[in-house]
Design a protein around this ligand. Structure first.
Ligand SMILES: N=c1c2ncn([C@@H]3O[C@H](COP(=O)(O)OP(=O)(O)OP(=O)(O)O)[C@@H](O)[C@H]3O)c2ncn1[C@@H]1O[C@H](COP(=O)(O)O)[C@@H](O)[C@H]1O
Length: 105
């Protein structure tokens, strides 16, 4: 896999010092957590609608929007994409039931 997530994460980090009028991401940060969460909700809904329409091109487009806004959330919260990759890596190879058991469910 490419280092895209790392490069994008660095850009998102740099936008913490940027002028909200010059950057979409800086504007999201300036509006705060609730605005970022609202965007994630909207993009998730648009992804669901694309899938219900059976429009694969739109699924890719909307999923990119969704992933992008979750990356903005991670940066806002002081987290990195690597934190999520580490969690997926920890789960990799476990069955769904084993993963569930580790959560105590
Ligand atoms: N990958 C993205 C990216 N994907 C989606 N978007 C923006 O996310 C928004 C998606 O929201 P919608 O589809 O609802 O469109 P909209 O109506 O314009 O959204 P709103 O402005 O109303 O929130 C659009 O404004 C897109 O431009 C992105 N904006 C930025 N990036 C990356 O983030 C980097 C930093 O961006 P800036 O901070 O703008 O320089 C860029 O270089 C890109 O690599």
């Amino acid at each position: 896999m490419s280092d895209l997530l790392e490069r994008l994460s660095a850009v998102l980090e740099s936008r913490k010092d940027a002028d909200p009028d010059s950057s979409y991401v800086a504007k999201l940060y300036s509006k705060g957590l609730d605005t970022i969460l609202k965007k994630i909700g909207e993009e998730a809904t648009e992804t669901v609608m694309a899938a219900k329409d059976g429009d694969n091109q739109k699924i890719v487009y909307e999923t990119a929007d969704l992933w992008f806004h979750t990356l903005v959330l991670l940066a806002h919260q002081g987290l990195k994409p690597q934190d999520v990759l580490d969690e997926l890596d920890r789960r990799f190879g476990l069955s769904g039931l084993e993963e569930k058991a580790q959560r105590g469910e």
